[in-house]
Design a protein. Structure first.
Length: 365
C-alpha cells in the first residue's frame, strides 16, 4: 500500500522532497495554461479545481520544475484531466494541453470523461490511465468495461461505497491487473460526485459549501443499516413491501425523523461539537484513518490524499496518514490518538467510511 499526494503551484522542489520523506511515493497535479484561462477563466477547469491559481500549475516552467523534482526524488507523477465532461469546443485546447504535458513524461493521466479517454487513444497517447472517482466505477463490470477498451492502470473507487462494498470489488477484480485506490482524508463530497455536474467555485455560499453544514445532510435521516435494507430489496422480491419488513421500518423512520431548516448563524463546528474539534475539522474535514487497516487487509493498493491548494495542512495530514498506513495495528484507538481530538472523532459526520468497531467505542464511551 502506498500514498498518492496532490501537488499545486505552491509546492517547491524542497517541499516535494519532504513529502517523499514522509511517505508519498506518487503525486498528481493539474495544469491549466494561460490560453485556457483567457478563454474560460477559473470557473471551467479541466481537472475539477476551479478555485484559483494556487490549486494548479499555470506556467510551463513551473510544470517542468515540478516534474523534474518528482522524478529526481524517485517518485511518480500523474497529471489530472478529470473534469466530468468536456464540450466539443474545448477538445482542441485539451489536445494542446496534453501535448504540452507530454513533454515532461508523466507516468500517467487521471481521467473521468470517457470521451477524453477515446481522444487520448486517437491522439496516440499510450500512457496508463487512472479512472477518476468522477467516472463512477461502482462494480467489477464497469472496471472490466474500461479495462477492455483502454490502458487502465488504476481505478479510484467512488467514495460513497462502504467498506464491505469496496471489499467485494477487490475480490472480484483480483487477477485483472488493475490497481485500486481509495480516498482516505480531506474534503469528502457530500453528493455522489460522479453524478454531479455542478461546478465548484470559490464562493462560500454555493451548493457544496452549504451542504458542509451537518444539519443539512439528508443522510442524517437514514438509519445506520440503510445499505443493508437496500441489499435486501434485491433478495426479497415482492415480500419486502409487506407490513413489518425492514423496508417498511425504513420508510417509517424517514417519516418520523424530519429535517429542520438550518440556522445559518453558523457556529465554529456546525454539528455542535465545540471549539475543541474546530482545528481538526479545519485540517482534515473528513477522516478515514480507522478504515486503513481494513483496506490494507483486503488488498487496496493506494491511499489518496488530495489537498491541492491546502498548503499549510499538507505536511501534518500526510504524516498522520503515513503513520496509520505503516503501523502494525492501526486500530481506532491508535488513529484517535493521531487526530488527538475526541470531539472530532466522536462526531460520525466526520468519518469518511463507516467503521463499526470505531462506532462501538464511541457509543460505549
Amino acid at each position: 500500500m502506498f500514498i498518492t499526494f496532490g501537488l499545486d503551484a505552491n509546492d517547491t522542489p524542497d517541499r516535494i522532497r519532504e513529502y517523499v520523506k514522509y511517505g508519498a511515493e506518487e503525486f498528481f497535479a493539474g495544469f491549466v495554461p494561460r490560453d485556457w484561462l483567457s478563454k474560460y477563466g477559473w470557473e471551467v477547469c479541466p481537472n475539477r479545481r476551479p478555485l484559483g491559481g494556487g490549486y494548479n500549475f499555470t506556467q510551463v516552467s513551473e510544470l517542468a520544475e515540478m516534474s523534474e523534482a518528482v522524478h529526481k526524488a524517485g517518485a511518480r507523477l500523474n497529471l489530472a484531466i478529470n473534469a466530468h465532461d468536456n464540450g466539443s469546443e474545448r477538445v482542441p485546447y485539451l489536445r494542446d494541453m496534453v501535448e504540452t504535458m507530454e513533454q515532461f513524461n508523466p507516468d500517467g493521466y487521471v481521467v473521468a470523461d470517457p470521451a477524453i479517454m477515446f481522444c487520448l487513444k486517437e491522439w496516440g497517447i499510450r500512457r496508463p490511465l487512472h479512472i477518476s472517482t468522477g467516472t463512477g466505477c461502482f462494480s467489477m463490470e464497469s472496471i472490466k468495461f474500461f479495462s477492455d477498451k483502454f490502458n487502465i492502470r488504476r481505478v479510484v473507487i467512488p467514495r460513497k461505497l462502504s467498506i464491505s462494498e469496496i471489499g467485494r470489488i477487490v475480490e472480484q477484480t483480483r487477477g485483472m491487473n488493475v490497481e485500486l485506490e481509495v480516498m482516505i482524508i480531506g474534503y469528502r463530497c457530500y453528493f455522489n460526485d460522479e453524478n454531479c455536474h455542478s461546478i465548484h467555485s470559490g464562493a462560500r455560499r454555493n451548493l457544496c459549501g452549504d451542504m458542509l453544514l451537518a444539519k443539512m445532510h439528508a443522510s442524517n435521516r437514514f438509519p445506520d443499516d440503510w445499505k443493508d435494507v437496500a441489499t435486501d430489496l434485491h433478495a426479497s422480491g415482492i415480500e419486502v413491501f409487506k407490513e413489518g419488513t425492514r423496508l417498511n421500518e425504513f420508510a417509517r423512520h424517514l417519516t418520523t425523523n424530519q429535517m429542520t431548516p438550518y440556522d445559518f448563524s453558523v457556529d465554529l463546528c456546525a454539528n455542535g461539537c465545540g471549539v475543541e474539534a474546530a482545528l481538526p475539522k479545519t485540517l482534515y474535514q473528513n477522516c478515514g484513518l480507522c478504515s486503513i487497516k481494513h483496506f490494507r487487509d483486503m488488498g487496496i493498493d493506494c491511499l489518496k490524499v488530495p489537498l491541492r491548494g491546502a498548503t499549510d495542512f499538507k505536511m501534518p495530514t500526510l504524516a498522520i496518514v503515513h503513520a496509520a498506513m505503516t503501523a502494525p495495528d492501526p486500530n481506532p484507538e491508535f488513529c484517535r490518538k493521531l487526530i488527538n481530538s475526541p470531539a472530532f472523532c466522536d462526531a460520525r459526520i466526520h468519518c469518511y467510511y463507516d467503521v463499526p468497531e470505531a462506532h462501538v467505542k464511541r457509543e460505549n464511551g
